[in-house]
Design a protein around this ligand. Structure first.
Ligand SMILES: [Zn+2]
Length: 364
């Protein structure tokens, strides 16, 4: 159930113009959105059992619409730029999925980080979506093209998986990251591969992306495995795998239908791929070692330069600038000027006289 902003009536096709004084408007526009559990629950990012979500407040003030989306945010500029990103995501992803939403997807941009924190399904997220549904929630402070495409991928993947078919969280998260162009974090992969962090697929299948001490593994290894599938078998086969999920008996059957290999065989290939590509002595590992060695050498060089400069400065400060003889000569010179020109001292000398003070007077 959702209460709408009174300044932005649900006119179906026109853009809401958000005008007026921001402070008053923000009060008027403070909308209580009753987020019913089921909305997130059946929803929550993945095909996992839903977690009860209490009612929360989200402040909204503007809404923009297109054929594919309804975007709500506090400010119209944010809603408009989010819609542009969402349309780019649609153009990129829609051709890969056989089934598309029949009604517009609602994107809610939560511009207040504290409000977002109350509704996110797990710590440190930037957005979440109803798997196979039509709801996306985004953290306004960290909104970019990648997160919009990522959440749309969850929506479209869920819509294209047969009812009742469980897919592992690693594939859901891995595909969303791969499709949104997420960088594969080589340092994290190298660390995982060398520390035994990567696990065989049957073990990865049971890892929950939202809960548990290893929940990050579903995301990190998920991206690595989907990247491995694309590298090894080609990206078109990755989308064929997605298409098989619409009818397959199980995720494992979809792997067999697509790649002609069981999940055990794919798992062995994956672990070998991880050893070859992400161990310390793989190409990525050696690049990392080289980069690390360069940084260490640069730090050592900078430290040596700093120490040498400090020593030189200390020596310079410690050296007497004038010998006692020179000081005595200067005082004698000053006395002589005082006796000749009065007691005003050097400050009272005319400019041309001051210039000559450093030059010893000619012998009488
Ligand atoms: Zn995700």
């Amino acid at each position: 159930m959702m209460a709408r902003d009174s300044l932005c009536p649900p006119a179906p096709t026109t853009r809401c113009r958000h005008t007026g004084f921001p402070s008053i408007a923000s009060v008027l526009n403070a909308v209580l959105i009753l987020v019913v559990l089921a909305l997130f629950a059946s929803a929550a990012l993945s095909p996992l059992p839903a977690v009860a979500t209490p009612v929360h407040t989200i402040t909204l003030g503007a809404e923009v619409q297109s054929q594919h989306y309804i975007v709500q945010a506090r400010h119209e500029s944010v809603a408009s730029s989010t819609l542009d990103k969402a349309e780019r995501a649609w153009s990129q992803l829609a051709p890969h999925f056989g089934r598309l939403p029949k009604k517009p997807i609602t994107i809610v941009v939560v511009e207040d980080s504290a409000e977002y924190e109350q509704i996110q399904p797990a710590p440190m997220t930037r957005g979440f979506a109803t798997f196979g549904g039509r709801q996306i929630y985004l953290l306004g402070a960290q909104l970019d093209q990648e997160v919009v495409t990522h959440e749309l991928a969850h929506i479209l993947l869920g819509l294209n998986v047969r009812d009742g078919l469980d897919i592992p969280d690693w594939f859901n998260e891995g595909l969303a990251q791969y499709a949104s162009g997420a960088q594969r974090p080589s340092l994290e992969f190298i660390y995982a591969a060398t520390s035994g962090g990567f696990v065989p697929l049957p073990a990865l299948d049971s890892i929950d992306a939202l809960q548990g001490p290893n929940r990050d593994l579903a995301t990190v290894e998920g991206l690595a495995v989907v990247g491995f599938l694309a590298d090894t078998y080609g990206e078109p086969d990755l989308w064929r795998l997605v298409a098989h999920l619409a009818t397959a008996r199980s995720f494992g059957q979809a792997l067999i239908d697509t790649y002609g290999r069981t999940d055990q065989e794919i798992s062995r290939q994956w672990m070998a791929y991880a050893r070859n590509n992400y161990s310390l002595f793989s190409a990525s590992g050696l690049r990392f070692i080289g980069g690390f060695a360069f940084i260490v050498l640069a730090l050592v060089a900078a430290t040596l330069w700093f120490i040498r400069r400090s020593v030189l400065l200390a020596r310079k400060v410690g050296e007497p600038s004038l010998t006692q003889t020179e000081v005595n000569a200067a005082r004698a010179l000053e006395d002589e000027w005082k006796s000749t020109h009065g007691s005003g001292g050097p400050a009272a000398f005319p400019a041309e006289d001051r210039r000559t003070i450093d030059t010893p007077p000619p012998p009488p």
